[in-house]
Design a protein around this ligand. Structure first.
Ligand code: SAM
Length: 302
């Protein structure tokens, strides 16, 4: 596989040789289709029956009863009624983890800061049984329309859409919980097709992403209520877009890293890290490469 030299250098700088080989191997795989059952509209049991009735074979994961891996398709899953009616949402496994780790609380004021197309927004609504108050912020107008479409289709009635650059959110607002699934280079989601026709993955893209990640995270910390929790995630596995962004953004604040723990975590292909509290997911045929960190703001600070 033809990876750009600068990417290989960055990976070799961050990971040992064996790990870089694992990552490159992961890039070369075609990933299985995965989906999340939308329990606002259906049940896990109904989904299992519908998939079986329509000749789809699936497997489950340990860490979520709503997550399905489609092992064998029988036609296009988008033709199934459960898809058309918003009873399932096609979502990568890695992308289902940040909302689970944030663990939305019923009645809480929650900000999803970079929300479109809304996989995680609708999952937050689902996990809080539509009983939290979610503000879903998205800067891009067309993507905000897609976000609205998905929110309506999934029956996520507790969501208010804010079409705005999240870096300019008024500090008059404050939130109990924030998800910042930041715009990134996508270095965790590359595959063998990524470099064939496109010059999209560049050093400049990484630099631009870092700038906006730092600005977004600094803003998130400002508008997080004292005692509140924040999850920062990206689909990049480069420390420059992740740990280093977090380090810069929390400098001089009383924000601390909270260890990530949940049932079934041992099922996830993790990459080695310098800090046991953070998660890097290795790209594989099941998972996209991803980074997740959970932060908590001290009870009396800014
Ligand atoms: N969380 C989404 C999901 O799970 O469906 C995916 C989010 S995607 C990684 C990042 C999104 O952030 C893009 O839709 C992008 O348009 C938006 N975005 C980028 N910069 C932004 C900013 N400054 N303010 C608000 N949204 C922004």
């Amino acid at each position: 596989m033809n990876l750009p030299d600068f990417l290989l250098e960055m990976l070799n700088d961050q990971y040992d040789k064996k790990t870089v080989e694992r990552i490159v191997e992961g890039y070369s795989k075609d990933r299985y289709l995965t989906l999340r059952v939308n329990t606002l509209k259906t049940t896990v049991k109904e989904t299992e029956l519908e998939l079986e009735k329509n000749g789809f074979e699936y497997e489950k994961v340990k860490w979520s009863k709503e997550a399905f891996i489609i092992k064998k398709s029988n036609g296009n899953i988008r033709d199934l009624e459960i898809y058309k009616q918003g009873k399932i949402y096609l979502q990568s496994l890695s992308s289902m983890l940040p909302p689970i780790i944030l663990n939305p609380i019923e009645e809480a004021d929650i900000l999803d800061m970079a929300a479109a197309p809304g996989g995680k927004t609708t999952q937050l609504a689902m996990l809080s049984n539509n009983k939290s108050h979610i503000t879903a912020c998205e800067m891009n107008k067309i993507r905000a329309e897609r976000l609205k479409y998905n929110i309506d289709k999934q029956g996520a009635t507790c969501v208010y859409i804010m079409q705005k650059d999240a870096r300019n959110i008024d500090e008059f607002f404050s939130f109990d919980q924030i998800l910042l699934d930041a715009p990134c280079s996508g270095s965790g989601t590359l595959n063998k097709h990524s470099f064939e026709n496109t010059k999209y993955f560049t050093k400049k893209l990484i630099e631009r992403s870092i700038k906006s990640q730092i600005a977004l995270l600094k803003k998130a910390i400002k508008i997080l209520k004292p005692g509140g929790e924040l999850v920062y995630s990206t689909c990049s596995i480069l420390k420059q877009e992740n740990e280093e962004v977090v380090k810069k953004a929390i400098q001089g604040t009383k924000v601390e890293i909270v260890p990530i723990e949940f049932e079934g975590m041992e099922d996830i292909p993790l990459l080695p890290t310098s800090d046991k509290k953070i998660i890097y997911i290795c790209p594989t045929e099941l998972y996209e490469g991803f980074f997740i960190i959970k932060l908590k703001k001290g009870a009396k600070c800014n």
